[in-house]
Ligand binder design. Structure first.
Ligand code: GAR
Length: 210
């Protein structure tokens, strides 16, 4: 099993979905560390309840010194002998050095159908743009924020009466299905980053994630 760290900043509902999936003995990733940049992240409690080791590296005291913050993160990751990283609502941008070190071994989930709506406030922006389909994306992390090669996506309809909360909830339910599957593929080597592209070596025609 690949020793995986889940990096969070807040609620941790995607973390919760990963914890549930990883309870299956056949799941190819072991959640060996939950690492937060905020001591008050609710997700830390989910991890503790599940018996997963936790660590916090407060980002605030580091100010703009992202490299020093990441050196502290790297220390925690090394201590726990981490092999893969899943960003799950981790709201700090990582430097090119850190991202390059973890190339092909770090995933992120983003609440839009990338390349539409990178960045923040994706649901409000989807509503403002009038799109009829919205959703979520799991991608390998590369230095450009929300620009990494896509592993998997899940789409939801935008309905006429949607407000931001209703749309966010519909997308979040898909995030909770998508991320455990995409992390499993990456951990098992079935989704790999090769030459800047994602290579998939499994059949995706079963509609499980359509
Ligand atoms: C999720 O919707 C995730 O896609 C998003 O933050 C939320 C975290 O929720 N991530 C980003 O916006 C990354 N820029 P969670 O803490 O309940 O998993």
């Amino acid at each position: 099993k690949r020793r995986t760290a889940v990096l969070i900043s807040g609620r941790g509902s995607n973390l919760g979905a990963l914890i549930a999936a990883a309870r299956d003995p056949a799941y190819p990733a072991e959640l060996a560390l939950v690492l937060s940049n905020r001591a008050d992240a609710a997700g830390l409690d989910r991890a503790r309840e599940a018996g997963i080791p936790t660590a916090t590296v407060e980002s605030r005291p580091f100010g703009r010194d992202r490299a020093a913050f990441e050196a502290a993160l790297g220390g925690k990751l090394a201590e726990a002998r981490i092999e893969m990283i899943a960003l799950a609502g981790f709201m700090r941008v990582l430097t090119e050095g850190f991202v390059t070190h973890w190339s092909g071994r770090m995933l992120n989930i983003h609440p839009s159908l990338l390349p539409a709506f990178p960045g923040l406030d994706t649901h409000a922006r989807a509503l403002a743009a009038g799109v009829r389909l919205h959703g979520c994306t799991v991608h390998f992390v590369t230095p450009g924020v929300d620009e990494g090669p896509i592993i998997a996506q899940s789409a939801v309809p935008v309905l006429p009466d949607d407000d931001e909360a209703a749309l966010a909830a519909r997308v979040l339910a898909q995030e909770h299905r998508l991320y455990p599957a995409a992390l499993a593929w990456a951990a098992a080597g079935l989704a790999r980053l090769e030459g800047g592209r994602v290579v998939l070596s499994m059949a995706m025609a079963d509609g499980a994630l359509a």
